[in-house]
Design a protein around this ligand. Structure first.
Ligand SMILES: [Zn+2]
Length: 385
């Protein structure tokens, strides 16, 4: 008799696995009480809804996922949705983004259905080598900011891992677009063109700034060479120098990202200050001792007035954007005098021919900083892929 009862019980369990043991239901949707919400729970609810399974009262409470007092296929569906991570935390990245050479980006990872408070992210690259012939990788990490840096042309696959263990993936394509924007400082406007010198060794080898302490102002000592002409002259391997920008009477050309150091006035000043070069006008020469000869200040005054306006406007803009003190704007000459840079005369040797000094320059920048400073969005004018 005893033996028969046991045999009947086990037969019943085999025939109808939906008759479940009693247990305490703690988790909404965990109908079988195994401590997690899974597709097995959804299946039980679906079988119950069509009369193929029985549920205990506690199980019914758990199965009624939308709390409408009934256990139906809708509850089964809601439980299934939960199992496919619709309601659990996940890391979101766009599947593909395009960035410019020299741009730094976080890829903007976002936690969905959870908090991203205090999270940090690490980036794992596929290590793809660029297709621009430099043999350099497509992506790098900026050592200063930890951000992904568009380095050379091509596409790499990035896996981002959050400090809580969530991961997501993104294809990052790096291009080199020539872009243009207009800088406004009060009533002054300045056209700023950006094209990054990706073949200049400085672009590949220089480090990112920890912080930007100030600005060095140069002039080129190459009479008559305009800002746009330096791109073809310097965008190649073996060039021993690179600057952030060249400026003339028409506008400014930015050739390096301001996040990284340039090679313009020696160590240590290069490591703490951004810089730009002012193009000197045609119509005079340097002698063999680098003294200016045949310079007619009256004839050059119109050009000088325009570059003075553009240079002070650009310096005010950079001071505002990178948030350093006006007193940290120095000339190459001053850097040499301070013992922090190479000994050159520029641009003071040229300014003085128009009765201007670096103190005048800083005073004018100080005045411009009282004006409204803003810029238009960058527009792409050509692609250098
Ligand atoms: Zn210089």
């Amino acid at each position: 008799m005893k033996r028969n009862l046991a045999a009947i019980l086990s037969a019943a369990l085999i025939l109808s696995s939906s008759i479940l043991p009693a247990f305490a239901v703690e988790l909404k949707g965990d109908v079988n009480g195994d401590g997690k919400v899974s597709s097995a729970d959804a299946l039980i609810v679906q079988r119950y809804a069509i009369g193929l399974a029985k549920l205990q009262d506690k199980q019914k409470t758990s199965a009624d996922y939308n709390d409408d007092g009934k256990v139906t296929n809708v509850d089964a569906l809601l439980i299934l949705r939960k199992t496919i991570n619709i309601n659990v935390p996940m890391l979101y990245l766009p599947s593909q983004i395009t960035i410019n050479c020299g741009d730094r980006t976080s890829l903007d990872p976002k936690v969905i259905n959870g908090s991203d408070k205090g999270l940090t992210y690490t980036y794992e690259f596929g290590g793809v080598i660029s297709d621009d012939g430099t043999g350099e990788p497509v992506l790098e990490v900026s050592y200063a900011s930890g951000l992904v840096k568009g380095y050379h042309l091509g596409t790499d696959h990035v896996v981002v891992t959050a400090s809580n263990g969530l991961t997501a993936e993104c294809d990052v394509t790096v291009v080199n677009n020539k872009t243009e924007k207009i800088i406004h400082v009060g009533d002054h406007t300045l056209k700023s063109t950006k094209e990054i010198m990706i073949y200049n060794d400085c672009y590949s080898e220089s480090y990112d700034f920890d912080y930007i302490y100030g600005l060095v102002v140069h002039s080129t000592a190459e009479p008559g060479i305009k800002a746009d002409e330096w791109y073809s002259m310097w965008n190649k391997a073996g060039t021993p120098a690179c600057v952030h920008a060249f400026l003339d009477d028409d506008g400014v050309y930015q050739y390096l990202p301001f996040e990284q150091t340039a090679w313009h006035a020696g160590i240590p000043v290069n490591e703490t200050r951004i810089d730009f070069e002012i193009c000197e006008p045609a119509g005079f020469e340097y002698d063999e001792d680098w003294n200016i000869t045949n310079y007619d200040p009256k004839e050059q005054q119109e050009y000088f007035d325009k570059i003075w306006e553009n240079a002070t406007v650009y310096a005010a803009y950079l001071t505002y954007i990178y948030d350093f003190d006006v007193e940290n704007i120095i000339s190459h000459y001053e850097a040499g005098q301070m013992g922090i840079g190479t000994k050159h005369d520029d641009p003071d040797h040229w300014f003085i021919l128009h009765n201007k000094t670096m103190d005048d320059f800083r005073n004018d920048v100080e005045q411009l900083l009282k004006e409204d400073i803003y810029e238009t969005e960058e527009t792409i004018i050509s692609s250098l892929e």
